[in-house]
Write a protein that binds this ligand. Structure first.
Ligand SMILES: [Zn+2]
Length: 101
């Protein structure tokens, strides 16, 4: 699987930050409870209540500019942009370095 990065974007004030999750110690994390996917059911055979699985919610942070909550969104890590550009110019340009127009 590809490496993932996180975007912290505040829609209210435009605060934007990309992180790999290791440098967010300066931000305030908002604790969120997990949500159960269904109601607990009683199992007559085992004679006990069977709990459903819990669904974890994405982490939320307090915006350092305006104080609203920001949900961290996950994105695949982009490839090395410089390497991509070099490949592109090799295809388009001829040996003189002109665009071939
Ligand atoms: Zn904000």
């Amino acid at each position: 699987m590809d490496e993932m990065i996180f975007r912290l974007y505040c829609e209210m004030c435009g605060y934007n930050r990309w992180t790999d999750g290791t440098d967010v110690d300066d931000l305030l994390v908002y604790q969120r409870s997990s949500i159960q996917t269904g109601i607990p059911k009683y199992d007559p055979k085992q004679k006990k209540t069977v709990q459903k699985d819990f669904h974890k919610l994405p982490k939320q942070f307090k915006c350092p500019k305006c104080g609203r909550l920001i949900t961290a969104k996950k994105y695949p890590k982009p490839k090395d942009a410089k390497a991509d550009r070099n490949e592109e110019t090799d295809d388009v340009r001829n040996q003189d370095g002109n665009a071939g127009l």
